[in-house]
Design a protein around this ligand. Structure first.
Ligand SMILES: [Fe+2]
Length: 269
């Protein structure tokens, strides 16, 4: 099932059929073949990855190598570029795209692979930023992808957090670069019961604003959940373009002629 644009505004999230799903299938296949090379074995389906990598340290190494391939080939940006009319309709003609999108793999019964419910505006993100969660495996209710509808309109007092220091995440470390915070702001675990599961088929995407409470909770299914989340923002929105250890957190993708004209105006006038 897919949603109309009002769902994004009112609920804070929507499910879309990507106009060009072929790029997602191609990227998934690229990831699968890369894993075969890196692991030195055959992997028929990304869903079965957990059967090959049970050790957490090894998993982090493998996912880090895979994410590096994903980043170096600009695959996240390519998914957005090939579906540009969708993103321009929702976000505008002037777009920045996250340079190093988060590649995620949540193995069954491995809560350590998951971010848990969170609100990215608690980590310096802006509610103007859109996240596109693009799965490379089908996501069922058991996969653990959850959202709290309408939470993007609620104040911080509705979602108090406890800040801790993650023992296994240093600033700039691989785990940090893979999208795990070094100082997690943990929401009340009881919220998990209020969060609704989102189901997605490969070729669809979950789009949401970063003020929404969302996250990957424990995957209780039988297969590994592989996805990328790619942030897209209007270049003219009040967004912090450089962030954390990344001066190039965002890459400009496209702009309207009038914006390009305006950028030529001398800054000392
Ligand atoms: Fe997030």
């Amino acid at each position: 099932m897919t949603d109309d644009d009002d769902a994004l505004v009112d609920r804070g999230w929507m499910v879309v059929d990507l106009p060009d799903a072929s790029i997602v299938h191609a990227v998934g296949e690229r990831l699968r073949t890369q894993l075969c090379t890196d692991l030195g074995t055959t992997l028929e389906r990304l869903e079965d990855y957990h059967a090959l990598v049970a050790d957490d340290t090894r998993h982090l190494e493998v996912l880090g190598a895979l994410a590096t391939v994903f980043w170096n080939a600009g695959l996240g940006l390519e998914i957005v570029r090939r579906n540009l009319p969708l993103f321009q309709r929702l976000v505008g003609l002037d777009l920045h795209v996250q340079t190093y999108p988060y590649l995620r793999a949540a193995r069954p019964r491995c809560p350590q692979d998951c971010t848990g419910l969170h609100r990215d505006t608690y980590y310096g993100a802006s509610p103007f930023e859109l996240a596109a969660l693009v799965p490379f495996t089908d996501i069922t209710a058991a996969s653990g992808l959850r959202v709290i509808s309408g939470s993007h309109t609620e104040p911080g007092t509705a979602y108090p957090f406890m800040q801790t220091q993650a023992a296994d995440v240093a600033i700039g470390s691989l785990r940090h670069r893979l999208g795990f915070p070094y100082a997690p702001r943990t929401l009340d675990p009881g919220l998990d019961r209020r969060a609704e599961p989102v189901t997605l088929a490969v070729g669809q995407a979950l789009l949401f604003g970063l003020g929404l409470v969302h996250g990957g909770v424990e995957n209780t299914g039988a297969t590994t959940r592989f996805s990328a989340d790619v942030r897209v923002a209007n270049s003219l929105a009040p967004v912090q373009w450089a962030r954390g250890v990344r001066a190039d957190y965002y890459t400009p993708l496209c702009s309207a002629p009038m914006t390009r004209l305006a950028r030529r105006y001398p800054t000392d006038e």
